[in-house]
Ligand binder design. Structure first.
Ligand SMILES: N[C@@H](CCC(=O)N[C@@H](CS)C(=O)NCC(=O)O)C(=O)O
Length: 340
C-alpha cells in the first residue's frame, strides 16, 4: 500500500528532474549572444527615448537594463529595438526581441490568444483626453460630437469607442499609425481632442509649441496596466523578467537603494534584506542566475522608487505624481511577493 502510494510521486520527480536542471531556451540564447534584445518605444519621454548623446532613457528602458543586470551582472548588456505600436507584438512573437518593455497594456487577448505573457505591472496608467484650453471644456463628458485624434493598433482606439457609446455620445475619430502624426494633427487643429494613456498625454504635451495652452481632462476612462511582455512557452525566462521587477519593488519596500545596497549587504541583520542581496539562501540560483542578481539590479539600475523618480518624478519634465504607483504600504498598488 505504502509502496503504491510512493510510486507516482517518485515517477513524477524523475520526470521533472531533467526539465528543472535545464535553463530555458531564451536565457540560453541571451547568454550565448552576450546581450539582451529589448523592444522599446521609439520616443516617449520618461518611458523610452534616446537623449542627445543617443543613450536610451526611461522607466521602460530601465526595466530592460535591470533584466540585463540580473542575467549578466552588467546592465549595459542590452540592445534596444525601437518599435511602433503596430510592430511591437509581432516583433516579440517572431523572436526578433527577447523582451518587450514598451508602454503596453496588459489585456486578456494579448496575454492569451496572442501567445504572450505579461510579467507584471511597471506603471498603472489610464486613458484620458487632452484639449486646447481655449475650448473651455473641463470634462470629457462635454465632448459630444467632437473629433478625436487617436492612434491605431492600440487599446486607446478601442476604449474611445466604448466610452462614447457608454455615455450615449457621438464622435468622429481621426486615426493615425504613428504617434508623431497623431500629435501633429492635434496641434494643427485637425481634431478637437487627443486621446491616449494619460502618462503619454503628459509626454506629448511637453512636445507641443505652447504646452500651457492645453489641458489634460480629469476623467480616466480605462485601466491601462503597463508592463513587460515575453513569449508563451518559456517559464524560466518568464520567471526571470517577473522577479526582476519584484526585486526592484521589494528593494524599495526594504529601503535598499543603489546608494546603500553595498553597505546593507555587509551589515544588514534583516533576513529579508539578506535574502534579497544574496547573503543568505540560493535565491538567484533558483532563477538560474547568480545569487547577486538582485544586488546587481539595485546597484546598477536602482529600486522601483528610484527608477520612477529618475524618469517620471517631480525633478523631471514629466513631473508625474506617483499616485497608484506608490507602494501598497503607502496607499498605492505596487506590491511584490516575498523573496523567500
Ligand atoms: N498602452 C496602450 C497604448 C500604447 C501606445 O502604443 N501608444 C501610442 C501613443 S504614445 C504609441 O506608442 N505610439 C508610438 C508609435 O506607435 O510609434 C496599448 O498598449 O495599446
Amino acid at each position: 500500500m505504502k509502496r503504491t502510494r510512493l510510486l507516482p510521486a517518485a515517477l513524477l520527480l524523475t520526470a521533472l528532474a531533467p526539465a528543472a536542471a535545464l535553463a530555458g531556451p531564451t536565457l540560453d540564447a541571451v547568454k550565448a549572444r552576450g546581450h539582451l534584445r529589448c523592444g522599446v518605444h521609439p520616443g516617449l519621454a520618461g518611458f523610452s527615448s534616446p537623449d542627445a548623446k543617443g543613450n536610451w532613457m526611461g522607466i521602460d528602458v530601465d526595466i530592460c537594463r535591470a533584466v540585463a543586470a540580473a542575467v549578466f551582472g552588467d546592465a549595459s548588456k542590452v540592445r534596444f529595438t525601437p518599435l511602433s505600436a503596430k510592430e511591437r507584438l509581432t516583433a516579440l512573437q517572431s523572436g526578433e526581441i527577447d523582451l518587450l518593455s514598451r508602454n503596453t497594456t496588459w489585456t486578456l487577448t494579448r496575454d492569451s490568444a496572442l501567445g504572450l505573457n505579461f510579467t507584471g505591472i511597471t506603471y498603472y496608467d489610464g486613458q484620458g483626453f487632452m484639449v486646447r484650453r481655449d475650448l473651455g471644456i473641463d470634462s470629457a463628458l462635454e465632448l459630444d460630437g467632437a473629433s478625436v485624434c487617436v492612434q491605431t493598433g492600440t487599446t486607446t482606439e478601442l476604449n474611445l469607442g466604448d466610452y462614447f457609446r457608454a455615455n450615449g455620445m457621438e464622435y468622429s475619430s481621426v486615426v493615425f499609425e504613428k504617434d508623431d502624426e497623431t500629435v501633429a494633427a492635434y496641434e494643427a487643429g485637425r481634431c478637437d481632442a487627443l486621446t491616449s494613456d494619460r502618462s503619454q498625454l503628459y509626454a506629448q504635451r511637453i512636445k507641443l509649441s505652447d504646452p500651457k495652452a492645453h489641458v489634460v481632462l480629469p476623467q480616466v476612462i480605462s485601466k491601462e496596466p503597463l508592463g513587460p511582455v515575453v513569449r508563451h512557452g518559456d517559464d524560466e525566462w518568464f520567471d526571470i523578467v517577473k522577479w526582476t521587477l519584484f526585486a526592484m519593488v521589494n528593494a524599495e519596500e526594504l529601503g535598499v537603494t543603489s546608494a546603500n545596497a553595498a553597505e546593507r549587504r555587509k551589515d544588514s541583520k534583516n533576513p529579508a534584506v539578506r535574502r534579497l542581496l544574496g547573503v543568505e539562501g540560493d535565491k538567484g540560483k533558483d532563477l538560474k542566475l547568480s545569487n547577486d542578481w538582485a544586488y546587481d539590479i539595485i546597484t546598477q539600475v536602482g529600486n522601483y522608487g528610484e527608477v520612477f523618480e529618475r524618469n517620471l518624478g517631480a525633478d523631471t519634465p514629466m513631473d508625474i505624481d506617483r499616485g497608484l504607483n506608490r507602494l501598497w504600504s503607502q496607499g498605492g498598488l505596487q506590491y511584490a511577493p516575498p523573496v523567500r
